[in-house]
Write a protein that binds this ligand. Structure first.
Ligand code: COA
Length: 378
C-alpha cells in the first residue's frame, strides 16, 4: 500500500500493535493471549478469561480468587444510578442505557491518576461487575418491577440470568451462557475496540473509554447484528419462506444479517462453537423452530455466498442461544457488551502502557479559494 493511500474503513491498515488476541481469517483461528478460543471455551470460564485478557496471563489460584471475590462483591449499583434508570423511557434501547450509566458511574469514581494501580484495578473490577446489574435492573424497571439485587453466591453468568427474572437458572444454561461470554470477550481491533483506543489515547478516564466503545458496538454492522438476526428469523417465520426471503434480499442487494466478516473468509470459529451449544441446549430443553429456519438459511446462503468468502459469523447463532435462555431480543447486544468489557479494558491498558494520541490524516476532496457569498445573494 502506497503511503498516504486512502483505505475506506481502514481495511488492512494496522492501527496499533497488540499481543492480546489473534485472528487468522483464512484458517478460522482465534486466540486470546495465544490460547485457542476452543480451549478456553472448554477449560476456562468468563472471569478467568477476563483475567487472562486484562493481565496477560492465566491467574494463579489466589489471583483468581481475589479477582472473582472483588467482582462478586461489587455487583450492586448505587441508588442514584437506580434513580437514573427510573428516568429513562421504558422503550429506550438498553445499549443507550448502558452507555449513559457507564458514563455516570465514572462520575462517582472520579479519575485520580491513570498511573495509579489501585484506581485502575478498581475501575476494571467495577466495570466488569456492574454493567450486568445495570442492564438487568433496567429490564425489571421497564416492566414496572423492582430491580432484583445481585446474589454474591451465584457465578457471574448465573447471576445475570437470575437478575433478569429472579429465577435461578439451570446449571447447564448458566454454563452455556458463560461460554457465550467467553466467546465474545475479545476480537482484535474491531470498530468498538478501535473507538476505545482513540478515546483512551486522549487520556480520558476508563468509564468514558468504555461508554464510547458501547456506543460503537450498538450499530447493526457490529454488535447490533445478533438482534437483527433474530428479527430476521422471526420475519421469515417458516422454513418454506427461506428461499423467497433470500432471493428478495439478494435481488435488492441487501446484506443478510449474521453473514460476512471483514476478517473471516471462512466460517467464524465462534459460530461453530455456538452451533454446538445450540444443539446441547435444545437437546436438554426442547427444540426451537427458529433453529430449523437458521439451518436452512445457512444452507441456502452458502450456495450463493461461499464462493465470495461470506460465511455465518458469531451473531448468526448467538441469538438462538440467548432466546432459549429467555433473554429478550433487545438485550442481545447488551449481552455482547457485557462480554466485551474485558477485551476493551485489555486494549485500554495496552494503549496506556505506550500511549500516543490518535491523530490520523485525511485526503482532502473539497474546494479551495472559494469566494464568500453574502446571504442576500445566495
Ligand atoms: N449479505 C449479503 N452480502 C454480503 C454480506 C451479507 N451479510 N456481507 C458482505 N456481503 C457482500 C457485499 O454485498 C459485497 O458484495 P459485492 O462485492 O458484490 O459488492 C461483498 O460481500 C463485500 O462486502 P463489504 O460490506 O464490502 O465487506 P465488509 O468487510 O465491509 O463487511 C460486514 C463486513 C460485517 C460489515 C458485512 O459482512 C455485513 O454487513 N454483514 C451483515 C451484518 C453482520 O452480520 N455484522 C456482524 C459482523 S460480526
Amino acid at each position: 500500500m502506497a503511503i498516504g493511500e486512502y483505505k475506506p474503513g481502514l481495511e488492512g491498515v494496522p492501527a496499533t500493535q497488540s499481543n492480546i488476541s489473534y485472528v487468522d481469517g483464512k484458517a478460522g483461528l482465534l486466540e486470546y493471549r495465544g490460547i485457542r478460543i476452543e480451549d478456553l471455551c472448554e477449560h476456562s470460564n468468563f472471569l478467568e478469561t477476563s483475567y487472562l485478557l486484562i493481565f496477560g496471563e492465566l491467574p494463579k489460584h489466589q489471583e483468581l480468587e481475589k479477582f472473582e471475590h472483588s467482582i462478586n462483591h461489587r455487583r450492586r449499583i448505587k441508588y442514584r444510578i437506580r434513580d437514573m434508570l427510573k428516568c429513562f423511557p421504558d422503550d429506550a434501547h438498553p445499549m443507550d442505557v448502558i452507555q449513559a450509566c457507564v458514563c455516570a458511574l465514572g462520575m462517582f469514581y472520579p479519575l485520580r491518576d491513570l498511573r495509579d494501580i489501585e484506581y485502575i484495578y478498581g475501575a476494571t473490577i467495577r466495570l466488569i461487575a456492574k454493567i450486568p446489574t445495570i442492564i438487568a435492573a433496567f429490564h425489571m424497571m421497564r416492566q414496572g418491577n423492582d430491580p432484583v439485587p445481585p446474589r454474591d453466591d451465584l457465578s457471574y453468568a448465573a447471576n445475570f440470568l437470575y437478575m433478569l427474572n429472579e429465577i435461578e437458572p439451570d446449571p447447564l444454561a448458566a454454563q452455556i451462557f458463560d461460554v457465550c461470554l467467553t466467546l465474545h470477550a475479545e476480537h482484535t481491533v474491531n470498530a468498538s475496540t478501535f473507538c476505545a483506543l482513540v478515546t483512551a489515547s486522549t487520556l480520558n478516564d476508563p468509564y468514558v473509554v468504555l461508554a464510547a466503545a458501547v456506543g460503537t458496538l450498538g450499530g447493526p454492522l457490529h454488535g447490533g447484528a445478533n438482534e437483527k438476526v433474530m428479527l430476521m428469523l422471526e420475519e421469515i417465520g417458516s422454513v418454506k419462506n427461506v428461499k423467497s426471503y433470500l432471493e428478495a434480499k439478494i435481488s435488492k442487494k441487501e446484506k443478510v444479517p449474521g453473514f460476512g466478516h471483514r476478517i473471516y473468509k471462512v466460517k467464524d470459529p465462534r459460530a461453530t462453537i455456538l452451533q454446538k451449544l445450540v444443539d446441547q441446549l435444545f437437546e436438554q430443553s426442547g427444540h426451537d423452530p427458529y433453529y430449523d429456519i437458521a439451518l436452512e438459511l445457512e444452507r441456502q446462503a452458502m450456495d450463493v455466498f461461499a464462493e465470495k468468502g461470506i460465511f455465518a459469523n458469531v451473531d448468526f447463532y448467538s441469538g438462538l442461544v440467548y432466546k432459549k435462555l429467555n433473554i429478550p431480543v433487545d438485550l442481545f447486544t447488551p449481552v455482547f457488551a457485557i462480554a466485551r468489557v474485558p477485551g476493551w479494558l485489555a486494549h485500554w491498558k495496552e494503549q496506556m502502557a505506550d500511549n500516543r494520541l490518535f491523530r490520523p490524516t485525511q485526503v482532502y476532496t473539497g474546494l479551495h479559494d472559494v469566494e464568500y457569498t453574502p446571504i442576500s445573494d445566495r
